[in-house]
Design a protein around this ligand. Structure first.
Ligand SMILES: C[S@@+](CC[C@H](N)C(=O)[O-])C[C@H]1O[C@@H](n2cnc3c(N)ncnc32)[C@H](O)[C@@H]1O
Length: 196
């Protein structure tokens, strides 16, 4: 199991609009917003779905841009258990925000080099082991070349042993290689922070 860090106290006072549908629970959304504000650059959400979280990221990070990426098309790699999550329209709640860029593409084809100064990556897409491995490896490869940056994952659930859910297995594997990934107390969020 990953080492736990306390839930950030300041996150609890972040106001959240309850009219926008998001797939995290309230405390998780507040924690994501808190850490996204700590990062000194642009934001990538891998698996933005209808854009509930993307909208909040956009509103709370004015002056930065937010890339919301999801995929509607053939050959999704998601496990059957997750297939019901496919959005009817990518990021629809966030599309009115001028600092949000919405992309319809598989995360594997995302090119970090095309976008400037991404400093916060939220991985919440294909939760199968190969899916989360692909997105995580790519994010680490990118962050290693940056001075600083934050990666967060949703659905780190160490007490659930659904065989298709690979977030826990893969993150614990990566942590065993020496990467300091922590579990945010009281949530299903994990975080890696590279500081200057
Ligand atoms: C759990 S939902 C994301 C929820 C969203 N982050 C939120 O907070 O509202 C997972 C999303 O990942 C997308 N997804 C799964 N595999 C993907 C892939 N390989 N590339 C892009 N998007 C993917 C799904 O279509 C789905 O919309």
């Amino acid at each position: 199991m990953l080492e736990q860090i306390p839930y950030p106290e300041e996150a609890k006072s972040i106001l959240v609009c309850n009219q926008t549908q998001y797939m995290l629970d309230l405390r998780e959304l507040q924690a994501i917003l808190y850490y996204s504000q700590k990062a000194d650059g642009n934001i990538l959400e891998i698996g933005c779905h209808l854009g509930g979280t993307t909208t909040h990221l956009g509103i709370y990070n004015f002056g930065k841009y937010i890339i919301g990426l999801d995929y509607i098309g053939p050959n999704t790699t998601m496990a059957n258990e997750q297939i019901h999550e496919l959005p009817d329209e990518i990021g629809k709640y966030a599309k009115h925000l001028s600092n949000v860029i919405l992309l319809n593409m598989k995360s594997a084809t995302f090119d970090y080099a095309k976008y400037k100064n991404i400093k916060f990556i939220f991985i919440d897409a294909d939760h199968s082991y190969p899916g989360v491995k692909k997105d995580t490896d790519k994010a680490f490869e990118y962050i290693q070349d940056q001075e600083s940056g934050i990666i967060m994952w949703h659905d780190y659930r160490p007490h659930i042993t659904d065989p298709w859910l690979g977030v826990q297995t893969y993150l614990e594997e990566v942590a065993s290689y020496g990467f300091t990934i922590k579990w945010v107390d009281g949530t299903n969020l994990a975080i890696y922070e590279k500081c200057k």
